[in-house]
Each structure stands twice: as structure tokens, then as C-alpha cells.
Design a binder for this molecule. Sequence first.
Ligand code: BDR
Ligand code: CA
Length: 314
Amino acid sequence: MIKVLLDLDTGIDDAMALAYALGSKEIDLIGITGTFGNVYTEEGVQNVLNILNMCNANEIPVYAGETHAITKDHFTRLEVSARIHGENGVGQVEIETSPKKKETQSGVDFIIKSVKKYREELVIVTTGPITNLALALQKAPEIKDMVGKVVIMGGALTVPGNCNAYTEANISQDPEAAKYVFESGLDVTMVGLDVTQRSILTNADTQRWRETGSVAGRTYADMVDYYISQHDVAIKGCYLHDPSAVIHAVHPEYFVMLAMHMTVTTEGEAEGRTIGDPSKLRDPNPNVKVCIGVDSQTLVNDLNEVLLTLFKQN
Ligand code: BDR
Ligand code: CA
């Protein structure tokens, strides 16, 4: 079993990543930190609490993280986020409000505490802006040499961004944080648009979830159908951004990776671009593994199998 800490801006595909972590027999989910992005931090945290309650997983602690990017003093949710994920972040689907509350400790402090407790056993998976992790590293630099592995959903190396030609949404929301994490020397894997747009989930898949007849199965099917409806019809489904990152934590063998020193452009037209660090071209031992290929069929089958097992029980 791998110990996983999820950092989410929940969000429909974040919710799918969460379901995979809950359903996978190979993951011991030690806690969840919330961040801003698809939604405001508090909304995302509430979405996570409601989903955990629906899936009978109230024992997993949930922490609120930062509410805005490192170099900013506020965050305003983008209209496009409300469109893609729905006003409530979960596709306008009603999920019963959890009786459980978030923990009082901050998300950043929970990350620091967890790294010190589990050390190299811990895999941190981030599926939103990487602000919480960057701040944890700044607050407690000693954790840098303790973390097992970090998997981030974000960035685009061999394909254009999804905000503009250069930048992917999670990186664009806090480029400085992403740059800090990439350059920190941590063992980072970048699961970006290069691979997440190659794996497609369809209405036929969600129909199988719905047919489990369970509350979770029906709710997730409705959420993801909404998400699919916001994608270009030519895709015939939705991209698997955040689920790909959590799946990578347990099945790196599904992916083709390229070892690089990565950085992020933090100003100008290309702000938010994830790119090789020109100052480290001759530097050995690159610390970032960039995913550039994926066995999509195996990944989609795995996701469906894990989610169906979870939904049959909830
Ligand atoms: C990323 O942006 C968000 O909308 C998704 O949840 C995902 O984390 C994809 O660019
Ligand atoms: Ca996300």
C-alpha cells in the first residue's frame, strides 16, 4: 500500500481522482488538503467532505489550504471554471451535506506534519495550483529531503496549453508556486496535458457507474456527464486530467517519461509555460519526470474497475 496525500481543487475531475484513491486497494489515503482553482478553497473542501460522506469514508481528515496564489492577495474564480465544473464545482449535482467538518490545522501544516511522519513512504499528489506544497517547502525547508515522491497534474511540454498556447490551468493559477516546486530538487513527476488529453472517458463508462444503482454511482455518473457535456463534442467524452495523476502514483508503468530539469516562465506572454530549464542543460540527474506517453486503454480500464468496485459498495 502506498501512503497518498491528495491536494485538490474539487472540481469534477478532482472528484474522480478522489474516488480512485478511495477505491484503490493499493492506496492508503492519509488525508486531503484543499486549494483554490476550479472553485474557492472552502467550496472545494466542502465538496470533498460531502463526497467522503457519500462514500462512507468520513475517517479521512480534510484540511483547508491556501486561498490564493503566493504572489497575490486574493483569488477570483474564473467564469470558465464555473462553466466546466458547474457553479458548485460538481456539475450542479446535489450531494448531501456532510455532518463532518474540516480539521482546524491548516493544509500547509498538515503537509509538513505528514512528510515528517511518513517521509519517503509518502506520495503527494496535487491536482490544482501547487501553492500549498510550495508554501510547505518554504515554511519547513527540511522536508525537501524527506518527501518520497510528488506527482502533479499540471503543465504542458509537447502540446499547447489549455488556457492559451503556453499555459495549462493549474500552472497558470500560480506559476511562481509551480516554479518553486519544480526547482526545489524534489522528486517530481509532471502529469500534464501531454498525457491527460490522450485518455478519454465516455458516457458509456458513466452509464456503467449509474447502473450500479448506488448513490455514489449515480451521483458520479451525473457529475461526469455534466463534465463531458462541457467538452468539445469531437472528443466524444472527457479528458482524464486529475485521475491520471493519482493513477500514476500507483501505476507509473502505464506512462512514458522523460527526465528533465523543469522550470516555469513567470512573466511575459509565455507566463505559466512549463519548459526545460536552460541554465541546467548540462546538469546531470534531472529531478523532474515529464510524462509524454500513456497506455490510455489500460488507464481507462483501471479507472473504471476501481470506480465500479467503489460504487458497488456505496
Ligand atoms: C486542470 O485544470 C482543472 O480544471 C482540472 O481540475 C485539472 O486539474 C486541467 O488543466
Ligand atoms: Ca483540478
